[in-house]
Structure formats: structure tokens, C-alpha cells
Design a protein around this ligand. Structure first.
Ligand SMILES: [Ca+2]
Ligand SMILES: [Ca+2]
Length: 255
């Protein structure tokens, strides 16, 4: 094989590798169900956010208000290393059993709980450190009994149980939970939401298995940094390793 042919082969394989690398983390926004059985006054995440912010036009499907769902699966702590979480509300029959925390992407059984099932929003901010043995990144989880849902879709069998809202600024927004007290969804109080902080909206049942995907079963504000899923990039690199080794051998033989 000539050097030119080898290079063309390399370009073709690299393109293939990149295509495969991106296909496992497709860009786009996970759809939020347009209806919700929860009344007084909840509705789906968009309706809840309109009530919380007082912005009547708020839309949780507007890309300006969302982190792409290819990029809300893996997170790192802030520059200080920790993660700060504030539970805002829980609109769910499971609210007294749903717990929340961070997990090790290398071993999903390793978790650090932030809020127990008994926690009720609005809580004081809770700071946890990301264990150094986790390699610098982590995911978020919601657990109830033996069922756990994860921010990384592949840990849910491909389903997405968590969407992420961002405040695109320029200023802070106020999240006022007073309308959710009478329904038992929150204990009242307001929280300031600044640009750079994120709101995690959870669905607490299996998607396609009884879930009503309104993504307001638990709403948590976090100070943490979302990152593109590293495993998909690693998959692309690993795919090219055998080729890189063989082409190196071909080139060595020619010299
Ligand atoms: Ca998501
Ligand atoms: Ca739901």
C-alpha cells in the first residue's frame, strides 16, 4: 500500500471514528411531556417554571433555557472541587422517598447522598466534595428504594430521566415556591438563581414504563459544571488505535 493510499485510508477511518463517537451522544433536547396530572397549580416543568419565576412566557423547551441533553450527563465540581445543591421542590407522590446525590461514573454503586428522602424544599444549600478516587467527574442520581435513575442516559438503559435548565442571564432570577406549599410540594421560601447555576428537573419513574415525563418530580439547583460525555470521545479514540498501530507498522516497513 502506497503512502498516499495509507493516508486516504486514515482519513476515511478517522471520519468513521468521529461519526461513531458522536452517534452515541446525539445532540438535542429531551422532550418534556406537554401535560401533567399534577394540578394545583403544577403542570409540567414549563408550567412549574412559569409559576416559580413569574415569567409567563417561560418555555423549558427553548434551547436558550436548556443544557443540551448530550452534555448534561457528566459533570465536574466547581473550581473549588465541591458541588453545592439546593432542593427547590418535589411534585411527586414519591417525594418522601426520593433521595438525591452524586455517583461515580466508573462504578454506579458508589454514591454520595446529598438529600435524603425526607428532605423537603426549599433546603439550605448543601456542599459535598467529589471523592478524588472518582477521577474528577461524576453524575447525579435520584433514588427511591431499589430504583435509581442517573444523569448519564446509558446508566438508565438509554432513557433520559433528567433535564437541565440554565439561566442565560443577564441577571439573577428569583424562584418563589409559595404557590407550591398548599399542594405539599414545597415548604415555601424563595431562592435566587444566578447565571452559571443549573436547575436539574427529574422524572422519577421509568420512561416508557409508567412515567409521566413532566420532569418536575424533583427540582434541584446545583453549582457544578456540565461537560460533554467523555466516554463517547474515548470510544472514538479506541476505535482508531488498532489502525494507528498497523499503519505505523506499514510506514516502518517502507523505511
Ligand atoms: Ca438529560
Ligand atoms: Ca413525572
Amino acid at each position: 500500500m502506497g503512502k498516499l493510499a495509507v493516508n486516504k485510508y486514515a482519513v476515511a477511518l478517522t471520519t468513521l471514528g468521529m461519526a461513531l463517537a458522536t452517534s452515541s451522544a446525539q445532540a438535542g433536547l429531551t422532550s418534556i411531556g406537554t401535560t401533567s396530572a399534577d394540578g394545583n397549580p403544577p403542570g409540567n416543568l414549563t408550567a412549574v417554571m412559569r409559576t416559580l419565576t413569574g415569567i409567563s412566557s417561560y418555555n423549558a423547551m427553548d434551547p436558550a433555557n436548556r443544557v443540551d441533553d448530550s452534555a448534561d450527563q457528566v459533570w465536574t465540581g466547581q473550581s473549588g472541587g465541591g458541588v453545592i445543591s439546593t432542593l427547590i421542590l418535589e411534585i411527586a407522590g414519591n417525594r418522601n422517598g426520593n433521595s438525591f446525590g452524586i455517583y461515580n461514573l466508573g462504578d454506579v454503586s458508589q454514591r454520595v447522598q446529598v438529600f435524603p428522602g425526607s428532605a423537603n424544599g426549599v433546603t439550605a444549600p448543601v456542599t459535598v466534595a467529589v471523592p478524588t478516587s472518582w477521577g474528577g467527574s461524576f453524575g447525579f442520581y435520584l433514588a427511591n428504594g431499589g430504583t435509581t435513575f442517573y444523569s448519564r442516559q446509558s446508566d438508565n438503559g438509554g432513557a433520559d430521566n433528567m433535564v437541565t435548565l440554565k439561566n442565560s442571564g443577564p441577571g439573577n432570577l428569583t424562584l418563589n415556591t409559595s404557590a407550591f406549599v398548599s399542594g405539599g410540594w414545597a415548604s415555601g421560601g424563595s431562592v435566587s438563581w444566578s447565571p452559571g447555576e443549573y436547575l436539574l428537573g427529574w422524572e422519577d419513574l421509568r420512561i416508557g414504563g409508567g412515567a409521566e415525563p413532566d420532569y418536575q418530580d424533583m427540582l434541584v439547583k446545583v453549582n457544578a459544571v456540565p461537560v460533554p460525555e467523555p466516554t463517547t470521545m474515548i470510544a472514538g479514540v479506541l476505535l482508531l488505535l488498532p489502525f494507528a498501530a498497523s499503519s505505523l507498522r506499514i510506514l516502518r516497513r517502507k523505511h
